[in-house]
Design a protein around this ligand. Structure first.
Ligand SMILES: Cc1ncc(COP(=O)(O)O)c(C=O)c1O
Length: 470
């Protein structure tokens, strides 16, 4: 689906009434959820007495309670009550070969039997893995491994500041770059500023400049306003949250041009898109090469401690302890490039190439996108639709993100939450049908196939049946 059609259809949704599941039907859904998951409920009830909110992860849903899982295999997850799910969370993005991909996991078992989890010095797979990354990513000549996407984002901007000698970073509203102090700014929604920044002193944002997604004029103005002091622009190349706040087709090209004209670096945060849009990331998919690339969880296929920043040699050379010309961006991380991470990453990349994981996952996403669009079009009263960017699917139903596209989004701020809550009711209904969504997003893997497709369509038929026809 083309950019303009997506934008028009999102606007059409938010210009029509919210499609709620009526109270009585919603009560049945909630009752079903309780009935299916007594052990999860028991576990969650105990967990929340010793873990804030009973949940460690932003991507989980704890309303009415969080599910607890025991097993994962291929495209499926198994909870402790014996329910089986078709999974589209994919651990928040990193799983593309499928859960518990045995050829990969057996390499890690072998590794652990030989050297355990950490050596504290260089492991032999570090070189092999770095070479693979450099081979696939046009923007990466050198790579520094780190422990998470958040860390990698922090290091990328530090390197940019050291290299350029400038201070300000342009962050695009609604783009996510982890949770370090300087980046908890319009993280969930463009234009909301530091609304989630309790505990972060205002001074932390002094050098973070927000520009709204696709605001070409605002971008030019920011460069004019902070002339000669913009170190970098950091962005998700898809547009914020993996394409929820979708990038205009000319956006990345413009970012590249304005960075070049102003002596600023372009940083692509490829924590989601690296290995998923293409083995060489969004920079290959869109054909725009950044100066620095941030990588995260997918680079170890979900094994813990995964992050990296890569870039051109002369820029990366500022990264401590390489530091040339006395320019030093200090970095640390005891478990960075640990044997498990680099071995998992190396084989994940090798197997993704060998098994054509990127294409298979993307083909499935396109097939499911088309099938869901056919299903949604049977309900003329519902403006729902789906689009995909390779294996990332966006299901626009309650479409809280669409409020960002209206004339005066602030005037409809309350509606964002209302629409989001309605989305959560659809998600709960999907869970009762054995489908795990990531809110309005689905990540696909190469193991999704016909069974998953049919099950997902059935689950959505059920959700639609709960929404009264008008
Ligand atoms: C685009 C993007 N950048 C950075 C991060 C932060 O990565 P981590 O959760 O590993 O700190 C995420 C996490 O989802 C992300 O989606």
């Amino acid at each position: 689906m083309e950019y303009q059609e997506i934008i028009d259809r999102k606007k059409a949704i938010v210009n029509s009434p919210i499609k709620r599941i009526p109270e009585d039907k919603l009560k049945n859904v909630v009752d079903q959820f309780y009935k299916r998951n007594p052990k999860s409920l028991e576990n969650f009830t105990q967990l929340k007495t010793i873990v804030p909110g009973g949940l460690q992860h932003n991507l989980g849903a704890a309303d009415p309670f969080g599910l607890v899982f025991r097993k994962a295999k291929d495209d499926k997850m198994y909870d402790i009550d014996g329910n089986v799910y078709t999974d589209y969370l994919m651990a928040g993005g990193p799983i593309i070969l499928g859960h518990h991909f045995e050829p990969l996991d057996s390499k890690i078992i072998e590794l652990i039997s030989e050297c355990g989890p950490a050596v504290g010095l260089t492991h032999e797979y570090e070189l092999r893995y770095a070479q693979e990354i450099v081979k696939h990513f046009p923007g990466i000549d050198m790579v520094r491994f780190l422990a998470s996407g958040t860390e990698a984002d922090m290091v990328a901007v530090r390197i940019a500041r050291v290299y350029t000698g400038k201070e300000k970073i342009i962050k695009i509203g609604g783009n996510y770059h982890g949770w370090s102090d300087q980046f908890v700014l319009s993280t969930n929604f463009p234009g909301t500023g530091p609304s989630e920044a309790e505990g972060i002193p205002a001074g932390c944002y002094e050098n973070t400049v927000e520009v709204i997604q696709n605001d070409f004029e605002g971008l030019t103005k920011a460069f004019e306003k902070y002339k000669n002091n913009i170190a970098a622009v950091i962005a998700e190349a898809t547009g914020g949250h993996a394409g929820t706040f979708l990038a205009h087709p000319d956006w990345n090209k413009t970012l590249r041009e304005l960075c070049d004209q102003n002596g600023a670096l372009l940083i692509f945060d490829e924590v989601i898109t690296g290995f998923r849009l293409a083995l060489g990331g969004a920079q290959v998919y869109y054909g725009i090469t950044p100066d620095l690339t941030v990588l995260g969880k997918i680079i170890s296929h979900g094994y813990a401690g995964a992050g990296a920043v890569g870039g051109k040699k002369e820029i990366m050379a500022c990264c401590h302890p390489s530091s040339i010309n006395g320019k030093k961006a200090f970095t640390g991380g005891t478990l960075s490039a640990n044997p498990i991470m680099v071995t998992a990453g190396y084989y994940a990349m090798k197997y993704s190439e060998e098994f054509h994981a990127v294409d298979k996952a993307a083909d499935y996403a396109t097939k499911l996108t088309n099938a869901l669009n056919d299903l949604f079009s049977t309900r003329k009263d519902l403006p729902f639709f789906v689009y995909n960017i390779q294996s990332i699917m966006h299901l626009e139903t309650a479409c809280h993100s669409g409020i960002a596209l209206v004339e005066n989004p602030v005037s409809r701020a309350k509606e964002v939450m209302e629409r989001y809550k309605v989305l959560r009711t659809y998600c709960l209904a999907l869970l009762t049908q054995g489908v795990i969504p990531l809110g309005d997003r689905f990540y696909c893997c190469m193991m999704h196939g016909e069974d998953a497709l049919q099950k997902t369509l059935k689950a959505w038929e059920y959700v639609l049946s709960l929404i009264p026809e008008v």
